[in-house]
Design a protein around this ligand. Structure first.
Ligand code: TLP
Length: 344
């Protein structure tokens, strides 16, 4: 039986060519700053994003969390969107480790407007926490891989600068936004004080994320990376996978987007499936199952029997994500599995 794993773009396994690059990587002790491959990756990504410096980190979660810590002081407030990864899937780390309070805003499909951000900023008042940082997410995971409009980013950025607030981007899948829109990574990054990007998602590397920003910010982030236990030694073997991914797997994200679109359109015609095709903009397909027909759990179980794997995000909500290890034939197979289960 075919095995089509659409639970996440994190499930990819390194290709033979990527493993070869890892095998041949020159390495050194990165805690001493002496790993040439890590240094090469950091310089490469800083240049791609048009920032002064970059820092390789073990995970997206650590990248976001050390950025939050580096921008803030305990007791300060950060503005975040309700469905964001930082709010929902990072174990409350911002409170646990940076000691900040979250000011949560209801966005529309993950998008907060400048007006919403402005309304959430605290006045200078001896009673109130002080707002220090705003975090955006692009593409937005829980909203279904949606792309943050550049104009809104620009407006929020201008407002933040005027008010002396910092702006951080959870760009775990910024690569996807850039490939889908043709807007360069640099163009996106210019609006932010810090950006976190993942190599371990659609790019197909086994481990690793990166944070970019100005030199002073990266120095502070470096301090927190060590404090969080993220100082790694001969980690050039992982940086080599990331460099390989940037050189060979970036443009092909367009294939993932095309396949996600094909899958979404095909299942949208089936009874019991509710899906907003306008929100299928990159490699994530989020849809609801009509509880009269089946629960999300039941559909996921039935799909698993056929070798198709998806993620349950609620009693009705299911997520499917395309990636490097999902071919056109895999997508056709997944569509056929849906037709068999729901077609009649
Ligand atoms: N997302 C994972 C799960 O944690 C939900 C996934 O399968 O999508 N920001 C965003 C927008 C993410 O989607 C993720 C991972 C992260 C940060 C965290 O990255 P890691 O898993 O490397 O800590």
């Amino acid at each position: 039986m075919r095995h089509v794993d659409l639970r996440s773009d994190t499930v990819t396994r390194p290709t033979p060519e990527m493993r070869q690059a890892m095998l041949q990587a020159e390495v050194g002790d990165d805690v001493f700053g002496e790993d040439p491959t890590v240094n090469q990756l950091q310089e490469m990504v800083a240049a791609m994003l048009g920032k002064e410096a970059a820092l390789f980190v073990p995970s997206g979660t650590m990248g976001n969390q050390i950025s939050i810590n580096a921008h803030t002081r305990p007791g300060e407030e950060i503005i975040v969107e309700r469905d964001s990864h930082i709010v929902n899937y990072e174990c409350g780390a911002s409170a646990m480790l940076a000691g900040v309070q979250l000011h949560i805003i209801d966005g529309q499909d993950g998008i907060m407007t400048m007006e919403q951000v402005a309304a959430a900023v605290r006045p200078r008042d001896v009673h109130q926490p002080q707002t220090r940082l705003v975090c955006l997410e692009n593409t937005h995971n829980r909203a279904g891989g949606t792309i943050y409009p550049l104009e809104e980013i620009a407006r929020i950025s201008q407002f933040a600068r005027e008010r002396g607030l910092k702006l951080h981007l959870d760009g775990a899948r910024l690569w996807n936004a850039s490939v889908a829109t043709g807007i360069s990574l640099k163009n996106y990054a210019q609006y932010f004080d810090s950006v976190m990007l993942c190599f371990s998602k659609g790019l197909g590397a086994p481990v690793g994320s990166i944070v970019v920003g100005d030199r002073e910010f990266i120095e502070r982030a470096h301090y927190y990376r060590k404090a969080y236990g993220g100082g790694m030694r001969q980690v050039g073997i992982l940086a080599a996978a990331a460099i390989h991914a940037l050189e060979h797997h970036l443009e092909r994200l367009a294939d993932d987007h095309r396949r996600a679109r094909k899958f979404a359109e095909a299942i949208s015609h089936l009874p019991g499936i509710r899906i907003d095709l306008e929100r299928v903009q990159t490699n994530i397909v989020m849809f609801d199952v009509d509880p009269q027909v089946m629960t999300a759990d039941q559909l996921i179980d039935a799909l698993r029997q056929k070798g198709v794997f998806m993620l349950n995000l609620g009693p009705r909500k299911i997520r499917a994500v395309t990636h490097l290890d999902v071919s056109d034939a895999d997508i056709d197979y997944a569509i056929e599995a849906f037709r068999e289960l729901l077609g009649h």
